[in-house]
Design a protein around this ligand. Structure first.
Ligand code: C5P
Length: 261
């Protein structure tokens, strides 16, 4: 066992490789992706970006001209896709779509996919299959509250509306896109609202999640403090460490045959 977390946490794991899921949730712009990626790296864990799955299905629906209001067609489409995640790299039926899923068009259309209860069930199952037998830092909206309820360490990452909007503005400005802060705040509020009112998989803090505020902290400070929390949580005797199982990819083993892209 060479994951650093176990050395630091002094867990008694025996000889078998184990599976651990650290679940990070929170609203858009709280810094989940960056923080989860860095944490995964420093812990020697794998990183699971569940937003990328919702984005990949949305991208596929848009590029195939599927009516986003037709929930049954979206489900049939989602069931036919083979999505592979490797860190920040995303492929759809073998084609790299890592950049293509980050466009404003995908972001604006994603609600139709994220609100689809059956698609959520499918993607949640993919996420569990992906994580089984692995040590993972996963991030999304529903990871601690729905998908990995047994996670021994759940973090709910938050920041003030202003801080999140400023970060988003800076991010866009680096890409040469200048948008007024008020407009960013407005978009952010709408997205938060949509994420919170969803009947299934809504953004909410799991009862046993630690709420962590990032306002005023540097990225390094956030990662350092969260690492300490994770070590502390995983070293508690009640920490649930699961037995392994080894599926190799996200979709095909639990889904109908894939469709060519
Ligand atoms: O995290 P990211 O911004 O890439 O997520 C895009 C959208 O996907 C979110 O606004 C949310 O609507 C949806 N999502 C979700 N459940 C997740 C991850 C993302 O509904 N676990």
């Amino acid at each position: 066992m060479n994951n650093r977390i176990f050395e630091g946490a002094h867990l008694e794991l025996g000889d078998k490789p184990q599976s651990v899921v650290i679940a990070i949730d929170g609203p858009a712009g709280a810094g989940k992706s960056t923080v989860a990626k860095l944490l995964a790296k420093s812990l020697g864990f794998e990183f699971l970006d569940t937003g990328a799955m919702y984005r990949a299905v949305t991208y596929a629906a848009i590029t195939r001209g599927i009516d986003l209001s037709d929930s049954q067609s979206i489900l049939i489409l989602a069931s036919s896709l083979e999505i592979q995640l490797d860190g920040s790299n995303v492929t759809l039926n073998g084609i790299d779509i890592s950049e293509a899923i980050r466009t404003p068009e995908v972001g604006q259309s994603i609600g139709a996919v994220a609100d689809n209860v059956q698609v959520r069930a499918l993607l949640s199952q993919w996420q569990r299959d992906w994580a089984r037998g692995r040590c993972v830092v996963t991030e999304g909206r529903d990871q601690g509250s729905e998908v990995f309820k047994d996670s021994p360490c759940k973090i709910f990452l938050v920041a003030s509306n202003e801080e999140r909007a400023k970060r988003r503005q800076e991010e866009l400005s680096k890409k040469g896109i200048d948008i007024d802060l008020v407009e960013i705040l407005d978009q952010q509020n709408r997205r938060d609202h949509q994420d919170r009112i969803r009947p299934v998989g809504a953004l909410r803090r799991a009862d046993d999640a630690i709420e962590f505020h990032t306002d005023g902290l540097s990225l390094e400070q956030v990662v350092e403090q969260l690492e300490a929390i994770i070590h502390q949580r995983l070293s508690q005797p009640t920490a649930k460490i699961n037995e392994p199982h080894h599926p190799s990819s996200l979709s095909k083993q639990s889904l109908p045959a894939s469709e060519a892209e």
